[in-house]
Design a protein around this ligand. Structure first.
Ligand SMILES: Cc1cc2nc3c(=O)[nH]c(=O)nc-3n(C[C@H](O)[C@H](O)[C@H](O)COP(=O)(O)OP(=O)(O)OC[C@H]3O[C@@H](n4cnc5c(N)ncnc54)[C@H](O)[C@@H]3O)c2cc1C
Length: 415
């Protein structure tokens, strides 16, 4: 086990500085343009791939760093650069984490590299769990996966929504129900390989923020995937289903969605990614705070910089304090995850909850400090505020994080 440390060490600091350079020199100047265009910023992703920032190797190195803070440091810097571009660059990792969390070594080796492609032929991946009638309640998924023994194939039917990179991804990871009677415990994740017939993009959403990141419906109409595309393999699934059926027969709770503590395919992915998502929110908050601090030092009213007023200075003091507190929660949760410490008080959820709420609050304070300028697209804080709003919604809303924490600390099935 590595000792928890607030000093990331020279390797992580070098990574941070390298990413900061990319965020400042490549992402910042392009951010407003791609926000307006609302298109996938392929040139930026390609540039990131050329530099090794969009690559499986890079994320694997950060993910397996024993300090646990490799991923949070990387996320914070990229999202300090810009959240829309940041998500366009790291959206693939959600699907990659699903494969890492649920796949066999062979599946990881086969599919994870294909999710990123190569610097000359960049690819994306999508993780498709949410559905029109199953958002917070992951146990309510309707997308069905039916096994056909004769051909050793799974047939997938259903509609997924809100999928980051949905429809434009090379590889899709789809969570589907194999036994609806078992709720979340009856679910499994499947790889849908590139070019599989029956998978199509539905509506692409026009969004309030993170507009450079592609979000769309994914329609699965008789999608056939080979047996080896079931993440974890059939034997493991059959064992898991048998255990769940036994529990259900014995009166145990079978349903347990995002709000629950039960282990299932989608939950395994969320658990591993929540602190990383919190770190993204911190990147946005820090960026807005820096703009606001700089503005408050230079903008003069009543013959003095506006920071000379305690009302403004105290706002900035609170912004900085909350950002640092959020980072401590994120680093703790990331260290715990990397060192296999159990999240007895839902520390992963705590970190995401606090960081998401902090980003929304800090960016709105930053707009206030910039006055009229804060309300215009001449300054970046209004974009940062729009971008921050997703951090209390995706990867589990703030309410769901509170539910998970409340259940963890009380041991009660709080609803
Ligand atoms: C831009 C974007 C990108 C996304 N990317 C992905 C992706 O890549 N893959 C993917 O699978 N999904 C993705 N999502 C989906 C996202 O995770 C869901 O939107 C989120 O989980 C909330 O689900 P919902 O929108 O259906 O809201 P609902 O679940 O309908 O919630 C509506 C409101 O009710 C509240 N609520 C619901 N249940 C409870 C409860 N028990 N107690 C208290 N309050 C409750 C919620 O907190 C929320 O405020 C994305 C969403 C967006 C907007």
């Amino acid at each position: 086990m590595s000792t928890f440390s607030l000093d990331p060490g020279p390797d992580q600091l070098a990574v941070r500085d390298w990413l900061h350079g990319f965020a400042a020199d490549v992402m910042r100047p392009a951010a407003a343009e791609w926000d307006e265009r609302e298109e996938t910023p392929w040139p930026i992703i390609q540039e990131a791939a050329k530099l090794g920032i969009y690559s499986l190797d890079f994320y694997a190195q950060q993910y397996f760093d024993p300090s646990g803070v490799g991923i949070p440091i990387a996320m914070e810097e990229l999202f300090w650069g810009d959240a829309g571009l940041g998500l366009a660059i790291v959206g693939t990792t959600l699907a990659a984490v699903a494969v890492l969390a649920n796949g066999t070594d062979e599946q990881i080796g086969t599919w994870a590299p294909q999710m990123f492609g190569t610097p000359d032929d960049v690819k994306l991946a999508a993780f498709c769990s949410s559905e029109p009638d199953a958002g917070s309640d992951v146990s309510a998924l309707r997308t069905r996966a039916v096994y056909q023994e004769a051909t050793d194939e799974w047939v997938l039917n259903g509609t997924k929504t809100w999928a980051t990179n949905g429809g434009i991804a090379h590889v899709h990871v789809v969570v589907a129900t194999v036994d609806p009677a078992l709720g979340a415990r009856g679910q499994a994740s499947f790889i849908v390989p590139p070019g599989t017939p029956g998978l199509a993009q539905g509506q692409k959403f026009k969004k309030h923020g993170i507009r450079a990141s592609h979000t769309a419906e994914v329609v699965l109409d008789g999608v056939r995937v080979p047996g080896h595309c079931l993440l974890g393999g059939k034997e493991k699934l059959d064992e898991r289903l048998a255990r769940a059926r036994e529990r259900a027969a014995g009166g145990g709770a079978a349903r347990s969605g995002a709000a629950g503590t039960g282990k299932n395919a989608a939950m395994a992915t969320f658990e591993a990614s929540r602190p990383a998502v919190g770190a993204q929110a911190i990147g946005i908050a820090r960026a807005a705070y820096e703009v606001a601090l700089d503005y408050a030092m230079t903008r003069e009213q009543f013959g003095r910089p506006i920071i000379d007023n305690q009302g403004v200075a105290f706002q900035l003091a609170d912004m900085k304090t909350r950002i640092d507190a959020a980072r401590l929660l994120v680093w703790r949760a990331s260290w715990m995850a990397a060192n296999n410490q159990p999240f007895t008080a839902a520390e992963g959820s705590m970190s995401k909850l606090y960081a998401g709420e902090t980003a929304k609050w800090v960016t709105s304070q930053a707009m206030q400090i910039l006055g009229g300028n804060g309300f215009t697209r001449e300054y970046p804080v209004e974009r940062m505020h729009r971008d921050s709003a997703i951090y209390t919604i995706f990867e589990g809303t703030s309410e769901i994080q509170r539910l998970v924490i409340a259940r963890a600390i009380s041991g009660l099935p709080i609803r």
